[in-house]
Design a binder for this molecule. Structure first.
Ligand SMILES: NC(=O)c1ccc[n+]([C@@H]2O[C@H](COP(=O)([O-])OP(=O)(O)OC[C@H]3O[C@@H](n4cnc5c(N)ncnc54)[C@H](OP(=O)(O)O)[C@@H]3O)[C@@H](O)[C@H]2O)c1
Length: 262
C-alpha cells in the first residue's frame, strides 16, 4: 500500500458504483483513506451502503450514498446530478457495479444475455457519459484564475475481469460483457484524453469468504502460481494505483490474478 499518511487524494472526489459491499466497498475505503471525499452507489444493499458511509466518514472525509440502477439511463442521470451537487466535481469514477452468473451455453437465454450486458457494459458507458460534465467541471470558474487553475486530470477505473480475457465455458455472456468493457476502456481512453485517463482492473479469483465457493476457491488457489486467491484489499490497491497514477498511464488493463492467467 502506498504511504497513505501523506493523503495523495486530499482535495479530490471519487464516485464508486455498486460499493455498498465487497470489492466496491474496499475500493471506496481505500480512496477515502487516501483522502478523497467519496460517494458510493447501491441498488438493493441500502443497509450495507449506510454502514459503508459511516466507515468512509470514519476516514475523515465527506461520504454519501445514492441509490442507482446502472442499467437505467434516468436513474444514472439522477444519481449523477445528486453526486455532482454534493461532491462539487468528480475527479475519480470507479465503474464497479456488475453482475456475475453461471449458465451452460445451450441454456443461456436472450434475457440473461441482455441483462448481463446492461449492467456490465452499458452501465459503465452510461455512468461515464453522465459523469463527464462533472469531471470536466473546473473548480474555479473565475476567468482571471484560468491560467493558474491546474489542468483537469480525471481518472476513470473500470472493474473488468480475467473472464474478459480468458474464455470460461459456462459464462459466455459474462466473459463477453467484460471483454467488451475492456475494449470500451481503450476507446474511452482515446476519446476522453487528455483530460481523463481511463484504465481497467481485471481481477482473477478473489476470495471474499463466500462459503458456497470454498471448494472452488481451494481448487483455484492450487492452480494459481501465487498458491492462493486474491484479497479485496489487493484489488483496492490496484484501483488506488490508477487513481493516483500519472495521467500518461491510460488505456491499460491491469490483471490482478496471482499469475493464474500465465
Ligand atoms: N469478486 C470477484 O472475484 C471478481 C472477479 C472478477 C471481476 N470482478 C469484478 O469486480 C467488480 C466487483 O466485484 P464484486 O464481486 O464485489 O461485485 P458484486 O458483489 O457481484 O456486485 C457489486 C455490486 O454491483 C451492484 N449492482 C449489480 N447490478 C446493478 C445495477 N443494475 N445497478 C446498480 N448496481 C448494481 C450490486 O449492488 P447492490 O448490492 O446494492 O444491489 C452489488 O453490490 C465487478 O465489476 C466484478 O465483475 C470481481
Amino acid at each position: 500500500m502506498p504511504d497513505l499518511s501523506s493523503k495523495p487524494l486530499l482535495g479530490k472526489t471519487a464516485l464508486v458504483t455498486g460499493a455498498a459491499r465487497r470489492l466496491g466497498r474496499a475500493s471506496a475505503l481505500a480512496l477515502a483513506q487516501a483522502g478523497a471525499d467519496v460517494a458510493i452507489t447501491f441498488r438493493s444493499s441500502s443497509r450495507e451502503a449506510q454502514q459503508t458511509v459511516v466507515d468512509l466518514s470514519g476516514c475523515g472525509v465527506r461520504a454519501f450514498a445514492f441509490r442507482c440502477d446502472v442499467t437505467d439511463e434516468a436513474s444514472v442521470r439522477t444519481m449523477m446530478r445528486e453526486a455532482g451537487r454534493e461532491l462539487g466535481r468528480i475527479d475519480i469514477l470507479v465503474n464497479n457495479a456488475a453482475n456475475y452468473e453461471t449458465v451452460e451455453f445451450e441454456k443461456l437465454t436472450v434475457a440473461q444475455w441482455d441483462a448481463i450486458f446492461a449492467s456490465n457494459t452499458r452501465g459503465p458507458f452510461l455512468a461515464t457519459r453522465e459523469a463527464l460534465q462533472y469531471m470536466r467541471n473546473r473548480r474555479s470558474r473565475n476567468r482571471k484564475d484560468e491560467k493558474s487553475t491546474p489542468p483537469i486530470e480525471g481518472k476513470i477505473i473500470n472493474m473488468g475481469s480475467l473472464g474478459g480475457i480468458q474464455p470460461w465455458a459456462t459464462h459466455a455472456h459474462y466473459c463477453s460483457s467484460k471483454a467488451a468493457l475492456h475494449m470500451l476502456t481503450k476507446v474511452m481512453a482515446k476519446a476522453l484524453a487528455p483530460e481523463i485517463a481511463v484504465n481497467a482492473v481485471a481481477p482473477g479469483m478473489i476470495d471474499l469468504g463466500d462459503k458456497s465457493a470454498a471448494a472452488f476457491m481451494r481448487k483455484m488457489a492450487k492452480q494459481t502460481p501465487m498458491q492462493r486467491n486474491g484479497r479485496a484489499d489487493e484489488l483496492a490497491e490496484a484501483v488506488l494505483f490508477f487513481a493516483t497514477a500519472p495521467q500518461f498511464i491510460t488505456g491499460q488493463i491491469l490483471v490482478v490474478d496471482g499469475g493464474l492467467s500465465l
